[in-house]
Design a protein around this ligand. Structure first.
Ligand code: IPE
Ligand code: IPE
Ligand code: MG
Length: 244
């Protein structure tokens, strides 16, 4: 287990490399996605043990709709199954389920399961698990700008009053702190339209492992690496984030 103290409050993960994991084994890409679900379970468990408060997982981007139809269909089926199996876990308590993204454009059956899981877990307090689904950070920011314009038009807000906090409160993540740590698996050095506003001061950790190979010890390694970082937020000296 990682050293206690200085545990990141919010960890966000770009779960990448399922397809390559499968292809390297002569399997179908979708088998990589299936295996990726096992990693999700393992990492949620590790996050709970470490007492991380917020875990946000990038599961499906708006851009992922452009993949071949059978892969997209499989991902939706997998998500639907996951929402059912997750419900049993949620009922055991502890994890509060949440989503970000344009949920209204997902299949109706999935929307219903999302609503059910949110409702079922609304009183859980240990960990807020957020899945980014049909998510695009640029759309999130565009929607937020539109929302502020509507407030101005309706006379609820003056243009001169608008500051960073107004925009932050118009994002899907309004009830969450910004991620302290952003992890990306499979070695890619890019953000792929994920939480662009929120990661302004996040520490970034890239693992060479494909997501299905990313295990509890790899997660702990990322946390330990985070614990060694000096976060300065533009100042000359390190600032220790004070969470509780
Ligand atoms: C991440 O793995 C899962 C999703 C984007 C849904 P990929 O499917 O992107 O796997 P690679 O990056 O092609 O190997
Ligand atoms: C980012 O991975 C999206 C998710 C993990 C859901 P992608 O595989 O879609 O990103 P790119 O195409 O490598 O940028
Ligand atoms: Mg990928």
């Amino acid at each position: 287990m990682a050293a206690t103290g200085n545990i990141p409050q919010h960890v966000a993960i770009i779960m990448d490399g399922n397809g390559r994991w499968a292809q390297e084994r002569g399997l179908l890409r979708v088998q990589g996605h299936q295996q990726g679900v096992e990693t999700i379970r393992e990492i949620i468990q590790a996050a709970r043990e470490l007492k991380i408060r917020f875990l946000t997982l990038y599961a499906f981007s708006k851009e992922n709709w452009a993949r071949p139809r059978p892969e997209v269909d499989f991902l939706m089926k997998l998500l639907s199954q996951y929402l059912d199996s997750e419900l049993q876990e949620l009922e055991k308590g502890g994890v509060k389920f949440n989503v970000i993204g344009r949920i209204d454009q997902l299949p109706k059956e999935i929307q219903e399961k999302i609503k059910r899981n949110i409702k079922q877990s609304e009183h859980n307090r240990d960990l807020v698990l957020t899945l980014a689904l049909n998510y695009s950070s640029r759309i999130e920011i565009t929607d937020a700008a539109r929302c502020l314009c509507e407030s101005v038009k309706a006379g609820r807000l003056e243009v001169s009053e608008i500051d960073e906090s107004h925009l932050a409160k118009a994002l899907y993540t309004r009830d969450m702190p910004d991620p302290d740590l952003l992890i990306r698996t499979s070695g890619e050095l890019r953000i792929s339209n994920f939480l662009l506003w929120q990661i302004s001061y996040s520490e970034i950790y890239v693992s060479e492992k494909y997501w299905p190979d990313f295990k509890r010890e790899d997660f702990l390694k990322a946390i330990q690496e985070y614990q060694k970082r000096e976060r300065r937020f533009g100042r000359t000296e390190a600032i220790q984030a004070d969470h509780d």
